[in-house]
Design a protein around this ligand. Structure first.
Ligand code: SF4
Length: 153
């Protein structure tokens, strides 16, 4: 029997709507998928998990802080196939709405951004690192997600 694929699911700055929707998809698909995958990292489900290598990483949200930028780069280094999940990860919107602030609004939050080491602009996951595939939607489209994910199992 082939080795199970090591899978990680990661949330960056967002409402976590895509990963919540993913749990809905798991209700139907997780049992057959578990024959092929080992879910190594899913912060919404498991409190603590470590990994050296992943076959597939599913990533939602935007990269908003220096710490998040470092984390997504580390995930990229350890992952064969990185799939951006949802509109935020692909376009930075809607979670990156501060990118659309005018000068006055940006000045109002400037001190806060500096104090907490936020990036000047939020980045889509797709802008921060190279991605291998993407599933659009807000939240993700179920059919497209299943088709995309199953390509890599
Ligand atoms: S794409 Fe939509 S549902 Fe998914 S994390 Fe962003 S705001 Fe939430």
């Amino acid at each position: 029997m082939a080795e199970k694929k090591q899978i990680g699911i990661f949330s960056f700055s967002c409402d976590e709507g895509c990963s919540i929707y993913l749990i809905e998809i798991f209700n139907e698909k997780l049992v057959p998928w578990l024959e092929k995958v080992d879910l190594r990292y899913f912060l919404s489900v498991r409190d603590k998990s470590e990994f050296d290598h992943l076959d597939v990483a599913l990533v939602e949200g935007v990269i908003s802080t220096e710490k998040e930028l470092k984390e997504i780069k580390e995930i990229r280094e350890k992952t064969d196939i990185l799939i951006a999940m949802g509109s935020c990860a692909i376009t930075s919107q809607p979670s990156g709405q501060r990118n659309n602030f005018n000068e006055e609004q940006t000045n109002e939050i400037k001190d806060h951004l500096e104090k907490y080491h936020y990036l000047p602009k939020t980045l889509a996951v797709k802008e921060a690192v190279k991605i291998d595939d993407e599933v659009m939607g807000c939240p993700i489209d179920e059919k497209t997600f299943i088709e995309t994910f199953e390509k890599y199992l």
